[in-house]
Design a protein around this ligand. Structure first.
Ligand code: ZN
Length: 362
């Protein structure tokens, strides 16, 4: 049984199928009309089938596990120098947390009988969709900026997907991809638009809670571009609360890159400077902006923007502590430092920070 799609803004329902719309007629992103809520008691960690990876939580998902590479249950480790716990989201088959959304998105595409998926991404999301499309035996076209590094194009090609370089701005890349979708030649496996992607990123919250014996942290500090992980975390913690598996919500504290910080600027004064180190979160128009701001407000959270210098310094600290991550991954732990200085995180707060992408790719 496929779950209907519903507009996040106007509530209009859309029929599902291989030719389903990628957004509402009003222009807003679609979400699943209903998400399943498991009944029954809270399981002990030992009762979870962690051999199924993040699919151990499929009672919360409107999707069946048909396309999987065994992803999930990334390590949650103590990081004493940060007085926090790091969730090592770079320990995934394609080297980033985007696999959470790629496994659910390609599983749904397979369920719908989709023959070709398209995605626009200059980095981790494109690699994840390409690899899971290979696993599914589905064609994939990944629209990338013409300036994308040869190594990234090679990674897409090596798994049998087709990179499509587009000249111009990042928006031009998205526009070309959307044009392809509108022509009816591909199903939009977008990490910004596709609700299946956000169903997958919900499992971040479920793993964190399970690994802490269902004790929710006081705060989670996350990088924010399109909010793929941020919103997934919000939805996951909310679903756990509704199921009665947990009894509180964490404060969700977002971190953006200066110069690309529309959410931080909606909440604070404009940020000066430009951060080109955290290149994975250079998003000026997040598709789900209103949903992210609502999640911030509801959890008593916030979003701040960071300049290059603190992110670069943090990347060095991470590497020297044995966390070999890509530069964008340093934004969240650097953000934790900023939140502490501002007094938004207290010394005795229990904090979890995801490290989102592997340094082996860069
Ligand atoms: Zn609508």
């Amino acid at each position: 049984m496929l779950t209907d799609l519903e507009c996040s803004a106007c509530g209009r329902r859309s029929a599902v199928g291989a030719d389903e719309p990628w957004r509402c007629a009003c222009g807003s992103p679609l979400d699943f009309a209903d998400l399943p809520v498991p009944d029954g008691p809270v399981p002990d960690f030992a009762d979870l089938d962690t051999r199924r990876g993040l699919w151990a939580f499929d009672d919360f998902l409107p999707i069946s596990p048909t396309v999987t590479l065994g992803e999930g249950f990334t390590p949650l480790v103590e990081a004493p120098d940060w007085d926090a716990a790091f969730k090592l989201e770079y320990v995934f088959p394609s080297g980033s947390f985007k696999d959470r959304g790629a496994t659910t998105t390609l599983s749904r595409a397979a369920e719908l009988g989709v023959e070709r998926v398209v995605e626009d991404s200059s980095g981790n999301a494109g690699a994840a969709i390409a690899q899971y499309a290979a696993r599914a035996g589905v064609d994939a076209e990944i629209y990338v900026p013409a300036s994308a590094k040869a190594s990234k194009l090679a990674a897409i090609r090596r798994v049998g997907a087709t990179p499509v370089p587009v000249e111009g701005t990042r928006q031009a890349v998205t526009d070309a991809c959307v044009e392809r979708v509108e022509e009816g030649d591909g199903w939009y496996a977008s990490h910004a638009w596709n609700p299946a992607f956000f169903a997958g990123t919900m499992t971040f919250a479920m793993e964190v809670a399970a690994q802490r014996d269902w004790r929710v942290p006081d705060a989670v500090v996350l990088p924010v571009g399109h909010g793929t992980l941020f919103l997934g975390a919000y939805r996951g913690f909310r679903a756990l609360l509704e199921a009665g598996w947990t009894d509180s919500m964490p404060r969700l504290l977002g971190v953006q890159a200066a110069g690309y910080a529309p959410l931080a600027e909606a909440l604070h004064d404009p940020v000066v400077g430009e951060n080109d180190v955290a290149d994975g979160i250079q998003i000026t128009q997040p598709v789900r902006r209103e949903q992210i701001l609502a999640a911030v407000e509801e959890t008593g959270g916030d979003v701040v923007a960071l300049d290059e210098a603190p992110v670069e310094a943090e990347l060095d600290r991470l590497h020297r502590a044995g966390f070999y991550v890509e530069p964008t991954s340093a934004a969240a732990p650097a953000g934790l430092r900023a939140y502490r200085e501002r007094g938004d995180v207290a010394p005795d707060d229990d904090v979890v920070v995801p490290l989102t992408g592997s340094g082996l790719k860069t």
